[in-house]
Design a protein around this ligand. Sequence first.
Ligand SMILES: [Zn+2]
Length: 261
Amino acid sequence: MSSGWLDNDFFNFAEILRAPRRLNNELTRLALATSKIEYAGPTVTHDTPARIELSDTEHVKRVLEAAIKLTDDFLADEFNKIGRTYEIPHLDLTTETNGPVYFPNTKRVVIPPRFFKELQLYASKYVERITLMYVVAHETAHHVQNLMGMNENVLTFEHKIEKNTAFSVLELHADCVAGMMMNALNRKKTFFHKGDPINMMVTAAALGDDLIQLRGGLTVNKADFKHGTAVNRMTAVARGLMLTSLAQLPSTKEFIAIAKQ
Ligand SMILES: [Zn+2]
């Protein structure tokens, strides 16, 4: 196993390592499963450093803007393939919200100023470039869902599932799309640095409902889950990292199965 993924300054690994054994085992398994991707291309071919100093807000913004541009180009091609035109979402870096979010009505991906401050709470000084790219790709994936007519109401109706399960399915689908887009883009442009796939999984895991509850000093309560557990989210990202196109995504039923694991 490479030591690259232990270098993640963002969600420090101490937290993940204190997490339930199953999470650790699963991370190790997925790390091995995706290690092929890590070594697929040269480890460093891009001139942007893999780590970004958080105090350099301008640099952080440039990476976010570059990330959405990359996903826009990729998605325009993907939509073309199915005879549709991709509508580019608006990236909003100034509106204050609780966290990164996508607004379907105005087709806006919002990465709020507060998010940068929160990153500084988690990270000592740096953030991995892939973490920022993953956050943008995940919110852009919600935009794709919107354009595809995939939402919680449709899911609860068509699959007879609880609303919270439907929310989790949308989150896991977005994680998978994010993983897929990063993998597909990496095949074209080889920008992954060593450890990037693992860092994406760790970022997704850290945003799992169970870890968020534990971080908040709460006991884990499945009834409140709306994003999937840390393991669910890592699994969805890892699935995406094996794919290169929207057409290859797992079915909704498979995402429901992951959400219920
Ligand atoms: Zn989301």
